[in-house]
Design a protein around this ligand. Structure first.
Ligand code: DC
Length: 232
């Protein structure tokens, strides 16, 4: 099996339900789970920790070349460690969310983290890994047997994000999300599906329905694999 075959690739914008759905799908199938956004966030955290600015590509490149990043593939262990520091909670801070797009904009950094993701999946002790991000279906694993774009209407995404953050008001969350989407989508297009990518729109679906829709796509891909003419 090539490492691409071990990918269940899921892309989508913030608030699409991507992380919670991906994790639940991994649990149900006893697969691994990799949150690629966490690696970008950990790098942003390190730049800020050093008193730098993520708009400074040199500061980002130097953080990326020094960093020792540890992420597990267990859907129930989301710990992210930079060197010796546990940054699991710190990388969710709005300060980091506001700075992370600067990291995502540096092409060499993207190439480096993508190599790391591919290695992690290839070495994983799981039959497959649900890998979620923005460019997994298009850049990291364009040959993956399962590629899904999880979307939702912007107002629904903003409401979900506001609900996740204690004390956040919806208008400011919507504005921060809009800014980050605009910046991130100028680097990789995660709002439109690439050819061959299945779209799951969760606008009118609740959590269990979204999980079921993603599982159905995976099931379909497996059935297609079993067809006698497959691969000819
Ligand atoms: O999914 P998230 O909000 O944790 O992602 C954090 C940032 O990282 C987001 O601003 C976009 C960027 N990102 C990316 O460019 N490519 C990925 N595969 C994952 C995340």
């Amino acid at each position: 099996m090539t490492s691409a075959e071990k990918f269940v690739a899921i892309d989508g914008p913030a608030g699409s339900g991507k992380s919670s759905v991906s994790k639940e799908v991994a649990r149900r199938l006893a697969y691994g789970y990799l949150d690629t956004g966490a690696a970008y966030r950990a790098l942003a955290w390190l730049v800020l920790e050093r008193g730098g600015d993520t708009a400074d590509a040199d500061a980002v490149r130097s953080a990326a070349s020094d960093v020792r990043l540890t992420q597990r593939l267990d859907p129930d262990d989301r710990r992210v460690v930079v060197g010796e520091v546990d940054v699991t909670d710190a990388i969710r801070d709005p300060r980091v969310s506001a700075a992370v797009s600067g990291v995502a904009r540096v092409p060499e950094v993207r190439v480096g983290v993508n190599e790391m993701f591919r290695r992690m999946v290839a070495d994983a002790d799981y039959p497959a890994v649900v890998v979620e991000g923005r460019d997994i279906t298009t850049v990291v694993a364009p040959d993956a047997p399962v590629r899904i774009l999880l979307t939702a209407a912007p107002e629904v995404r903003a409401a979900r994000r506001a609900g996740e953050l204690v004390g956040a008001d919806q208008a400011s969350v919507a504005e921060a999300m809009r800014k980050r989407d605009a910046s991130d989508s100028s680097v990789v297009d995660f709002l439109n599906a690439a050819p061959g990518v299945d779209v799951v729109d969760s606008t009118h679906l609740d959590f269990p329905q979204t999980v079921a829709a993603v599982l159905a796509v995976i099931e379909r891909s497996r059935d297609a694999d079993k067809e006698p003419n497959h691969g000819r």
